[in-house]
Design a protein. Structure first.
Lengths: 361, 265
């Protein structure tokens, strides 16, 4: 067991002399290029050295002055510490308890640095996690007048690309059902029918509800159409799109704050996004539940709403698993509504009759 | 590890280059982009990693290259080997004003810790590694960051740094307080630490910052008088195009004097 080392001291070159070190009994033997030195282990001073502090320095005084020998490479250090004379010496034990204190301090220090570095990221995560709640709180401070204005602007922007059919039996049916479902609301609702084959309907903040003609064609009874309208109306009543806009704005602002990247102009792009906005799963389920309650309160059979999910399900044959999608699948929403239906305990409703609608062939 | 013994000559005063003389079959490793000229008969090979014998195998090579990335060196090193029958020379130039210092690794115990980016060239067989600073305070305030470069081997290495390079030998326990950023290289036996300047007034107004770097012996250390960042700061600060003041070029006429002196830069 011989450890490579470097010997420093009075009369030696400042860069040290190469040497080998070994422990024989209670003595440290140092054989350098020029001479042999020996020192009792109990007379040695010990210190951790090296850039990563994994080496040991032994220093002592002899007749020629002070001497220090450093063992830097890890294997040699291990080999020396295998000797009980050194490993159980009071100097080494004291050094080790100091080391332990140091490493605890260092551990805390590094953690503090990690926290400082990660804090902005954590803040962002927290905001994203609670974004819905924060956005809803912020959105609740926006007066209805501004909400209406926002919806109108968005609608004006998209009206050009919509082919509106604001007359005829379909429009009258939508308007009549809409009036029935929204009486007493603080919003002034405007209903529109757009000529498009896609089975879709959407609501803008402030009370604009647009139903595609494709959706109307897909409904079989007035109850089904009423179910769709009740759902969209609840998006307005519950301010879902407003919350989504506020959330988007907030997150964009936060992102801007963290990255310092201004990107494109905020407000303009957000109004555009209003039209392609997807609501969260929670929002959809909430609108379903509230819409269901509205139907029941207005004496309309909610089974129409439930049945309409079959039409929707037929359209989404190929759909991603529910967890991956922001939209809950129709089947999942239908199950939730069927459970609500069961809790009505067989309450019977009068069939909804508009007289002129749905047209009979 | 077989080390090539090379002869060299350093030219220039403040903008130096080193000419390395290679015997037939000998080779030198250069930092990519540092080569200034080479004589006929010297072949240049670019290799992934640092060309030392330790890194055989793909993983070893990748590891070595990764270390070089972290220390601010480029991924590839260039080996210059003499394929002719007689002595040939290759020269490596320093990238900014300063001094080139030759260090024989066997004189300092086989390892040298140096500032990132200070490696210029070496005899073949020297391996370039990283030394990670585990002391938080030293890494943050020591002026050298958390990563330093470790040169291992027996041969000659050429290290470059800004301004004048000073070599000092420290006796065991002898301590040198150094402005942060001025440490270039030291023997691993030297303890590199930081020390608070001591008085609040000094910390705020002395211009030396809050901390000194301390180097405690035994061992040899190299210091630079002008870290590149300091030089760059001064240049930017007095570059009118970059919004600096043009010092010493004006006249009593002020801006008008600038128009009249015919110097349009």
């Amino acid at each position: 067991m011989i450890a490579k080392a470097r010997l420093f001291g009075d009369g030696l070159p400042a860069t040290g002399e190469s040497a080998v070190v070994k422990i024989v009994g209670a003595t440290l033997l140092v054989q350098s290029d020029s001479a042999q030195h020996r020192a009792g282990i109990d007379s040695l001073r010990l210190r951790m050295v090296g850039f990563d502090e994994s080496g040991i320095e032994f220093s002592w005084n002899d007749v020629d002055g002070s001497r220090a020998v450093q063992v830097l490479d890890k294997e040699s250090v291990q080999a020396l510490l295998a000797r009980p004379e050194l490993a159980s010496s009071p100097q080494w034990l004291a050094l080790q308890s100091g080391n332990r204190r140091n490493s605890v301090r260092r551990f805390f220090g590094w953690n503090v640095v990690a926290v400082i570095v990660l804090l902005p990221a954590l803040l962002l995560l927290a905001f994203v996690w609670q974004a819905d709640r924060i956005a809803a709180a912020a959105a609740s401070r926006i007066p209805i007048g501004q909400e209406v204005e926002l919806g109108d602007r968005a609608f004006a922007g998209m009206a050009a690309s919509l082919h509106l059919l604001d007359s005829g039996p379909d429009f009258d049916a939508v308007a009549a059902l809409g009036q029935k479902l929204t009486h007493g609301s603080k919003y002034r609702y405007r209903f529109h029918v757009a000529k498009a084959d896609v089975v879709n309907a959407f609501a803008l903040p402030g009370g604009i509800v647009v139903v595609n003609s494709g959706l109307i064609d897909g409904t079989r009874t007035a109850e089904e159409l009423a179910g769709v309208l009740a759902h969209e109306i609840q998006h307005v009543e519950l301010r879902h799109s407003l919350n989504a806009v506020v959330k988007q704005l907030g997150l964009q602002g936060l992102w801007l704050l963290i990255t310092g990247d201004a990107g494109s102009t905020l407000a303009g792009s957000t109004v555009l996004q209003l039209t392609s906005l997807k609501f969260s799963r929670d929002a959809e389920e909430q609108a379903d539940a509230k819409g269901f309650d509205t139907l029941v309160a207005n004496g309309i059979d909610p089974r129409g709403m439930i049945d309409f999910f079959d039409v929707m399900a037929a359209k989404e044959q190929v759909s991603p698993p529910e967890l991956l999608s922001t939209h809950p699948t129709s089947a999942g929403r239908k199950r939730a509504l069927a459970a609500k239906q069961a809790s009505l305990q067989g309450r019977s409703f009068e069939p909804l009759s508009l007289g002129f609608w749905p047209p009979r062939e | 590890m077989a080390m090539d013994v090379v002869d060299y000559e350093i030219f220039g005063n403040d903008m130096q280059y080193v000419e390395v003389e290679l015997d037939p079959g000998e080779a030198a490793v250069g930092e990519a982009g540092a080569m200034m000229m080479m004589q006929d008969g010297i072949e240049m090979d670019t290799i992934f990693g640092d060309g030392s014998q330790q890194q055989s195998g793909l993983l070893g090579k990748l590891l070595g290259a990764g270390k070089r990335l972290v220390t601010g060196e480029s991924l590839f090193t260039t080996i210059f080997h003499n394929e002719s029958q007689s002595k040939r020379r290759v020269a490596f130039a320093a990238p900014y004003p300063g001094k080139i210092v030759p260090v024989k690794l066997s004189d300092v115990g086989g390892t040298l810790i140096c500032q990132k980016d200070s490696f210029l060239c070496a005899a073949r067989g020297v391996s370039l590694g990283i030394a990670f600073q585990r002391r938080l305070g030293v890494g943050l305030f020591g002026g050298e960051g958390f990563i330093m470069q470790k040169l291992d081997g027996d041969g000659l290495v050429f290290v470059h740094a800004g301004g004048m390079l000073m070599r000092r030998d420290l006796q065991p326990g002898e301590k040198l307080r150094v402005d942060t950023g001025c440490v270039v290289a030291f023997q691993p036996s030297v303890d590199f630490d930081i020390q608070y300047v001591g008085k609040l007034k000094s910390a705020l107004f002395s211009g030396e910052g809050l901390f000194f770097a301390t180097l405690t012996g035994p061992g040899r250390v190299w210091l630079q008088s002008l870290p590149l960042s300091r030089l760059a700061n001064r240049i930017i600060a007095s570059a009118p195009a970059a919004g600096g003041r043009s010092v010493g070029e004006g006249s009593v006429l002020g801006a008008l004097g600038g128009l009249l002196d015919g110097d349009n830069d």
